[in-house]
Design a protein around this ligand. Structure first.
Ligand code: ZN
Length: 241
């Protein structure tokens, strides 16, 4: 796959095409959630090699970015807990058994944070927006389906949080994270950007096949879709960094 420029990826995402743009949609575990998965990587398919040690895997309907380096592996999102064992086995196979040292949570939803528990217990650094950590510490019951998501144990909670932005060195790579403060999906939405590779993961804040679903119960709202895209279009222009 040829890596496209980020602006091109945005344009493609808006047109419904696939790109190195990671996101998948599930609110709860409804059947139609499966239909909302981004088209980047078919479920059950082989990992998609983006080059430079970066691979896209599927954990259920969730895209997971695995970034392999000399020290181990960084993951952006971890699928649902029911998919975690299979996901981590795939990551181990892909990396030759390397340890996952870093996990990014693009937001709090359980279909993205289901590997927090095993990886947190194993000592991985878990990175998120501060609001994501707060949602993970409390019961959440969605009013539209009555589904209750229970809090995670302390060992599974993010260990490095930020409010506006953060920059890390992970396995020799620079990683820039930022809050999508307009909140298209939840109030803890973040992007995770690898500038040297020009690859960005945005969780459920942007979709390749339609509009993001708004979890208004935990802070997403309609105007956030416009604002979030505005942030990604303008504030992250590499020229500005
Ligand atoms: Zn979500």
């Amino acid at each position: 796959m040829t890596l496209l420029s980020r602006r091109k990826l945005l344009e493609n995402a808006l047109r419904g095409a696939a790109g190195a743009w990671l996101g998948s949609m599930t609110l709860g575990r409804s059947a139609h959630a499966q239909l909302r998965a981004a088209r980047l990587q078919p479920a059950g398919g082989a990992p998609l090699d983006l080059g430079g040690g970066m691979h896209v895997l599927r954990a259920g309907a969730t895209n997971v970015l695995a970034v392999i380096d000399a020290d181990g592996v960084a993951l952006v999102d971890g699928g649902a807990s029911t998919e975690s064992t299979a996901l981590l086995e795939s990551v181990a196979e892909l990396s030759g058994g390397k340890t996952v040292h870093t996990l990014f949570n693009t937001h709090w939803h359980p279909d993205h944070t289901g590997s927090n528990e095993p990886l947190g217990a194993a000592g991985a650094t878990i990175v998120s927006h501060v609001n994501t950590k707060l949602w993970l510490t409390t019961d959440v019951t969605w009013p539209w389906n009555g589904e209750t998501v229970l809090p995670l144990p302390k060992s599974a909670l993010p260990t490095r949080t930020f409010y506006t932005e953060d920059e890390l060195e992970v396995g020799g790579r620079t990683v820039r994270c930022g809050h999508l403060r307009d909140c298209p999906h939840t109030d803890g939405d973040i992007y995770v950007y690898f500038p040297d590779e020009n690859v960005m993961a945005v969780g459920d804040a942007v979709r390749g096949d339609g509009w993001p679903e708004i979890d208004w119960w935990t802070g997403g709202w309609l105007g956030g879709i416009v604002g979030g895209l505005g942030t990604l279009f303008s504030g992250l222009d590499p020229v500005l960094f």
